[in-house]
Design a protein around this ligand. Structure first.
Ligand code: COA
Length: 158
């Protein structure tokens, strides 16, 4: 079975991302969770912090490896021998952006397929930015992120 890549910024990883990862593991036994070294948006967490949180929260998941990558995602996929990119879809508003990325990645390498997993209902409204905003304003994010991430956000926004 193919290795698959679940790529994102993960600034930081949320329960929504973990939900997609758990469900994708039922289809792909080996998944590399890949966080981009250089991203167009400004990150709250450094690359090392994002990697370390990703490793902590996926520690007990068999078949998961966490890596950073630089440059094009399709080049990293080729380097790993991965033929599948996993993305999560939350709402129709994600579709335009995801469609553009998937078709551009297919154009860059037609051997690599993007496969979408629909977010579970309880995570449809979740994003890393919202979690950070809620924590900054003193709200409770314990239902939205794993405990290690909650601690890291609270430290960060202090
Ligand atoms: N649950 C909760 N949140 C989710 C989610 C889910 N299932 N799926 C997406 N999100 C959120 C993220 O938290 C993030 O929210 P934020 O903007 O508030 O932080 C947002 O949706 C999108 O983030 P993410 O899924 O991490 O995608 P991205 O657009 O930040 O990163 C890369 C995408 C890194 C995969 C992409 O930029 C990339 O491939 N970069 C490499 C360069 C490249 O190849 N470019 C050419 C691409 S065609």
């Amino acid at each position: 079975m193919n290795t698959a890549i679940y790529a994102g910024t993960f600034d930081p990883i949320t329960n929504g991302h973990l939900d997609i990862l758990r469900r994708a593991l039922q289809v792909f036994p080996h998944i590399t969770v890949a966080t981009a070294e250089t991203v167009s948006k400004r990150c709250t967490f450094t690359l090392d912090e994002r990697l370390s949180l990703l490793r902590e929260v996926t520690r007990d998941m068999d078949g998961v490896e966490v890596r950073a990558f630089e440059g094009l995602l399709v080049d990293f996929a080729r380097e790993l021998g991965a033929k599948v990119i996993i993305r999560g879809l939350r709402q129709t508003t994600d579709f335009d952006y995801e469609f553009q990325m998937a078709t551009m990645n297919a154009r860059l390498d037609s051997d690599i397929q993007t496969i979408f997993f629909l977010s579970s209902l309880e995570y449809l409204h979740l994003s890393s930015s919202l979690v950070k905003e809620i924590a900054t304003l003193g709200g409770d994010v314990s239902q939205l992120v794993p405990p290690q991430v909650e601690d890291a956000i609270i430290q960060k926004v202090k």
